[in-house]
Structures are given as structure tokens and as C-alpha cells.
Design a binder for this molecule. Sequence first.
Ligand code: ZN
Length: 389
Amino acid sequence: MHSCIPSHFRVFYRRTAAGKPLCYRSMPRLSFIRIFGSEKSVSTAINNAAEYRTIEDDIMTNYKDLGLVNSKELFKKAVKGGYAIPAFNFNNLEQLQAIIGACVETKSPVILQVSSGARKYANSTLLKHLAKGAVDYAKELGCAIPIVLHLDHGDTFELCKSCIESGFSSVMIDGSHHPYDKNVELTKQVVEYAHKYDVTVEGELGVLAGIEDAVSSAVTHYTKPEEVEDFVKKTGVDSLAISIGTSHGANKFKPEQCTKSPDGVLLPPPLRFDILEEVEKRIPGFPIVLHGASSVPVELVKIINANGGKMKDAVGIPEDQLRKAAKSAVCKVNIDSDGRIAMTAAVRKTLMENPAEFDPRKYLGPARDQLKSLYKHKIINVLGSNDKA
Ligand SMILES: [Zn+2]
């Protein structure tokens, strides 16, 4: 219907009594809009917003209509309360069931996190309905926990905009691989758009090593504490991911970077709490985010390898270090690889023990149960977000 209208025209319309859209268009320079044959000012039409909608409004799904919340209040409470909100990645039904089940049973708020790869995998229309379904499912299970739908590692303005238009309540714009000024510019652009719709934005300073979906870096670039104040002020971001030695993926460190515990477990170099403290000093009370914070549970890796898997030299971040971080200004901890490992361990074990099985529910069910118990453990013993919903 609007394909003939140049993009710089703002389109207003209202519906007839029969519900059919009557289309009118305005040119900003002329400052008028043709309404039912008469001419009225654009401001009149805008003031009458309940009656007139723009095309932008019409194609947009606001997260509030899905029953979601943004992260603002959750982070405020988490920083004050000395705990962190779990950000669990998902792209399918069983993961979502496990996440909501674990969070309802522990009464934890939750950030449902989707990478651009996961969005492509699951389909953005389905995701929107899955997120709304998650809100209703939590209520049905007996606790209307606060749920955020968040884009993980958005790399362009367009991707962030598209997510906001399809119901995300929070987005990350990761400009950390750009030079500082370009990172500021890109992040600011996303913040200006997102805040129009009350959507919260996470930025990043410093680069994590490791590989996760489309994000990868061979080496760590620690966050420079002297940049954080300027970055937060110039961009207006709501939270900041920093690099203090966590790392993406399951193979976070090479064995030669690690020491060995008495029982032969590889221990990574400790997190740089000195950088975290320096950041906190410069932006007191500002919400900090940790990526690459999977612990890579040894017992699950053992199950995978005992059942035909080949996960070699997998090393994670010890949970006591994450617990310590969660008590500080760190108020969001991303957990993705641990969930993948938990599901894979259960699928491998089930299929190995039942080689004749071919009903996906028979191996995805145990995978979902394993994931749920891992998430409950994270919430209660690592993040401390239980009973905070
Ligand atoms: Zn990340």
C-alpha cells in the first residue's frame, strides 16, 4: 500500500468505522496533513495520537504488550542487593521451559537472551510469541517473575532497531571491536533510538577472548577503567559489559595459561578484580555486566566424553569467583556455554544408554531436566538472585 511513498514522508492514518486504513501522508516542510479532504496541521494530528497512528507504530511490537520488562529496575535492585540477574541464552522450546521452570521455582527475575545467530535459527516472529508465552507460562506456574527479552551482541544499529521493533525490551550494542570513538558513536545512536521506546541498552568496553556464535577474538583486551566514565556519559547506556578475564565459549584458556588443582582440574588465571574495583570507583552504582562467565562443569564434560564426546581442554571460570563478582556492581551474568554442555551431556548419555530410542522427547526431556537443575544451581549458589522476583 505504501510502496510508492518516499521514505522521508511520515505517514499518518486512521481507520474507517469498518476498520479499513485510510492513508494520509505529510511532508515535514509543508507541515500539514490532509485529513478527510480538509487540511489540518501535523501537530493537531500528532496531538490526536490516540486516533492517528504512524506506520512506524503499526509495524512495531512494544515489549510492554508482550508482558516483558526492561532491565532498569532489576539492575537497580541487584546492585543494591549484592546479587546478579541470570542472562540465559535460548533458541528453542526446551531451553525456554528449563529457564522459566528454574526461575519460577527459585523466584528469580530473568533475562532471556538471544544472539543474532539464535534469532536467525529460531525465527524472529516465533521468538516474539515464545517470549510472550514465557510470561504467561511463568504466571501459570504460579509466579509472575519479571522477564526481560535481550539481544546479545548486537553489532549494528539496524539489528538493534529490528529487535526493538519486534518486542525486545533490552539490547546490547557491541562496538568493542571498533576504535573508541566509533564505539561511542554507534552506541549513542542505538541508545537514542532505544530510549524513545523505553528499551534499555548494554554497551561494551574491552574485548573478551574466545568464540561465541559470531563473536570471536584471539586475545583479551582488558577494559581500561579510565575510559568508562567518559563512555557512559557520552553514550547514555544503561549498563556496561567489561572485560576482566572472563572468556567466551567452553575452551576459554589454553592449558599452558592454567595451573592444576590437586585433583588435576585446570584452573584459569584469576579474574582481574582490581579492574572491576577501579571501574566501580569511577562509576559508582552503575550496572556492570559479565560475559563469558560459564564455569564449564567438570562432571558434565566427563559425561560427554564418557559417552562418545570429544571436549578436550575445556576450562571455565570457577564459581566462587563469579559469586564474588555478583556481590559487587556486577548485576548481570551471561550463561550460555554451561547450558549447552548440560543439554549435550544428557542427550549423549540418554542415547548411549538407549540406542534404539528415536523419539526426540525421550532425549530432549532429560536434556531439559539437566538444564533446569543447572540453572537452579546457578541462581541459588552463584548469582544469589533467588527470592528476588
Ligand atoms: Zn558475550
